[in-house]
Design a protein around this ligand. Structure first.
Ligand SMILES: C[S@@+](CC[C@H](N)C(=O)[O-])C[C@H]1O[C@@H](n2cnc3c(N)ncnc32)[C@H](O)[C@@H]1O
Length: 671
């Protein structure tokens, strides 16, 4: 009977846990109603469907409304997210206590300072109403004009409704919780614009949304007047959600939202970032002290954004801080009695190298201050220049992407190189001992993966990439034909065959032709900042080589520039900027993408006077087997390299600067 009732009411999934939650929500609502049956006339999630139930089914529900099986509604609010069908796709990861408590404390301070009369409080991605209930507990019911929310799943929506009804002492005319897709339904209901929006929008990946749905979202944004901030290529669902929230927020209104930090360092957030910089007083950005996210069961690195929809005054400073159980103290710091701040930034005046990644504004104050001063001095002297201006945006390229490394790299798991001369590479199959004589015309020396070259800067590359021009099999040398046939038969080439069809063996050649991924300097796409093994950041080869997509290749040909850049990338200054400005992938792993490099200062060859000095210190370590990076600090060869660079940048007190940098880094290592 339980499942049948749930189905009739439109609740998915129909199971006993869902039924228990339903009963608990109804139990919270009934004190404010005449009878169970009377709820069918209410404007609330699920309740109108009560008219579909038989007398027997109604009696069954009533029999369950005994106190024993009732779960407190606040517990239901957390429990229900685990029952949501397609939880990941829905992004049903509700805000944790630290987040909702902070929101509530912030709302109190906002009301104290802005003293609004009657309030509309809303969450366009309502879930079970956790963001709203925490805050509503702090607001006098008499001050509420309306509370509204939109949620696509009925059961959490009902639970949230029940919780709010109780907080508002049964004043149901003040509540409107709509069940449906926010983007499709919000215009249909005459929802009033809000004074306060507290939310945690879905971060579902754009590519997982259906094309049709995506197109509708883009048209919708255009219609609401946000088209100029969104281009088809640079969009994310959370950004669309935030523009919708902006549309629904009154002038002077308060917005507090959980957002993935990637909104503030990827190209997908660029439009929104510039939008809030110019149209909001961004009061604070908070990260969580004890965990990476502010949502239950979520692995994303998230922040909480606090902003008021008002043109920011010129010198407005934004608080960047950590929050946890000290939410009240932090809320007071942001607005209220205790305005003492730790890290404050004018986000409209950030230097380019900080603006690319707002994650760099949290913590690490001494390292950031050090680098900002050094970069600013270098940029003023002209010894540093932004990459795009100094080297151009074609100077760096990602390596070759290939489908099926055990075919496209030689040697590989199945074939070793047994001999080679100027024109041929002889390979031997490890299992059946077959020999093939491969014409070198179709082989390109290529770096395979960064861990192979992490000890010595100068490269000794033994691997080749298979790069066959788009010709029919019959037109290729016989041994190449045999190798290709082996690739197809052994399944090592299966990914390429699946993606490229008949001329699958040529997809690498096409990239070699169009990208020209050749150069003398190679930098890894991502690194583990723990540097447990790695002693080198950038590798060097005096012969031009190619690289796989695990590397970026610096394409410059000028010998003078090459050595200088090699020194720069292996210097402690660069490693420090990677620590500060890299896009964190996990606790330790970090990366910079091409777009980031463009926004970073780089040593400016045109204005460096003592190039010889740097060359000398680079030559000193070129062929050396280097210990893990952190063990090199304070060794002569590293000090000489760093000092020669800092001197050439015309930084004041170079010796002192280098020592200070080591001290800062040592502090991090010892933490
Ligand atoms: C991250 S949860 C946040 C829930 C709640 N605001 C909180 O903070 O606890 C996002 C919520 O949005 C809902 N949601 C996602 N996409 C939606 C859409 N297009 N329309 C309506 N709700 C949606 C999900 O079901 C989920 O409950």
């Amino acid at each position: 009977m339980e499942n049948l009732i749930l189905k009739k009411l439109g609740v998915e999934p129909a199971n006993s846990e869902a039924f228990q939650i339903l009963i608990s929500a109804l139990n919270n609502i009934l004190p404010y109603a005449k009878s169970l049956k009377s709820l069918e006339t209410w404007n609330a999630p699920i309740l109108p469907n009560i008219k579909l139930l038989t007398t027997e089914e109604l009696e069954f529900i009533e029999s369950k409304l005994s106190k024993k099986s009732i779960i407190p509604v606040s517990e239901c609010q957390t429990m229900v997210q685990r029952l949501v069908p397609q939880r990941k796709k829905s992004a049903a990861y509700y805000t944790i206590n630290a987040g909702v408590n902070f929101m509530a404390a912030m709302v109190s301070n906002y009301l104290a300072e802005y003293g609004k009369k009657k309030l509309v409080v809303a969450d366009p991605f309502f879930g079970s109403g956790r963001t709203l209930t925490a805050a509503l507990n702090k607001i006098d019911v008499k001050k509420i004009k309306k509370v509204w929310g939109i949620e696509q799943w009925p059961l959490p929506a009902l639970v949230g409704y029940a919780a709010i009804l109780q907080i508002l002492n049964g004043e149901r005319d003040l509540i409107e919780i709509v069940v449906g897709d926010t983007f499709k339904t919000f215009e249909k209901f005459a929802l009033p614009k809000a004074d306060i929006i507290l939310t945690n929008p879905p971060f579902t990946r754009w590519k997982y949304l259906k094309k049709n749905y995506r197109d509708n979202l883009l048209n919708f944004m255009e219609r609401l007047g946000y088209g100029q901030y969104i281009t088809r290529k640079e969009v994310s669902l959370q950004m669309v959600s935030m523009f919708l929230s902006d549309y629904m927020l009154k002038k002077g209104g308060l917005l507090i939202s959980v957002l993935p930090i990637s909104t503030f360092y990827t190209i997908y957030g660029k439009g929104y970032k510039s939008f809030i910089k110019n149209n909001y007083k961004v009061l604070a950005m908070l990260e969580s002290k004890s965990r990476s996210s502010f949502s239950h069961d979520s692995g994303f690195k998230e922040i909480i954004l606090v902003a008021i929809k008002e043109k920011p005054e010129k010198g407005l400073l934004t608080v960047f801080a950590e929050v946890d159980d000290d939410f009240k103290k932090i809320a007071d710091r942001i607005m209220g009695k205790n305005k003492v701040f730790v890290d404050l930034f004018n986000i409209r005046r950030l230097p380019r190298f900080l603006d690319i990644n707002w994650l760099s504004l949290f913590g690490k104050k001494d390292l950031r201050d050090f680098l900002v001063e050094l970069f600013n001095q270098g940029l003023e002297e002209g010894t540093l220049e932004y990459w795009d201006k100094a080297l151009g945006d074609r100077s760096i390229v990602r390596g070759v992407e290939m489908y099926g490394p055990e075919f496209f790299f030689i040697p590989n798991k199945y074939w070793k190189i047994s001999n080679q001369n100027g024109a041929y590479v002889k390979i031997k199959n490890i299992k059946d001992k077959t020999n093939l004589n491969l014409d070198k015309k179709f082989l390109v020396k290529t770096l395979r993966k960064p861990s192979l070259y992490d000890r010595v800067i100068e490269l000794d590359v033994e691997s080749y990439m298979v790069s066959i021009p788009p010709r029919d099999m019959e037109d290729l040398p016989t041994d190449w034909q045999k190798y290709i046939q082996w690739g197809a038969d052994s399944d090592t080439a299966a990914p390429a065959i699946k993606s490229y069809g008949k001329l699958w063996y040529s997809h690498v050649h096409e990239q070699m032709r169009t990208k020209e991924p050749f150069g003398h300097i190679f930098i890894p796409d991502k690194v583990d900042l723990g540097f447990k093994r790695r002693g080198v950041f950038a590798n060097y080869s005096n012969r031009k080589l190619a690289a796989s997509k695990n590397f970026y290749i610096i394409k410059n040909k000028d010998e003078k520039i090459i050595k200088l850049l090699l020194g720069w990338f292996n210097s402690t200054i660069f490693i420090s900027s990677l620590m500060l400005l890299g896009r964190r992938i996990s606790n330790n792993w970090t990366r910079l993408l091409k777009n980031d490099y463009m926004e970073l200062p780089v040593i400016n060859v045109d204005n460096i006077e003592d190039i010889e000095h740097i060359n000398e210190s680079v030559d000193n370590i070129l062929a050396k087997a280097l210990p893990p990076f952190w063990e090199q600090i304070n060794r002569d060869y590293r000090y000489n390299l760093d000092l020669s660079i800092v001197k050439s940048l015309k930084i004041e007190n170079p010796e002192k600067k280098v020592k200070k940098m080591y001290k800062i880094l040592n502090n991090y290592l010892n933490k």
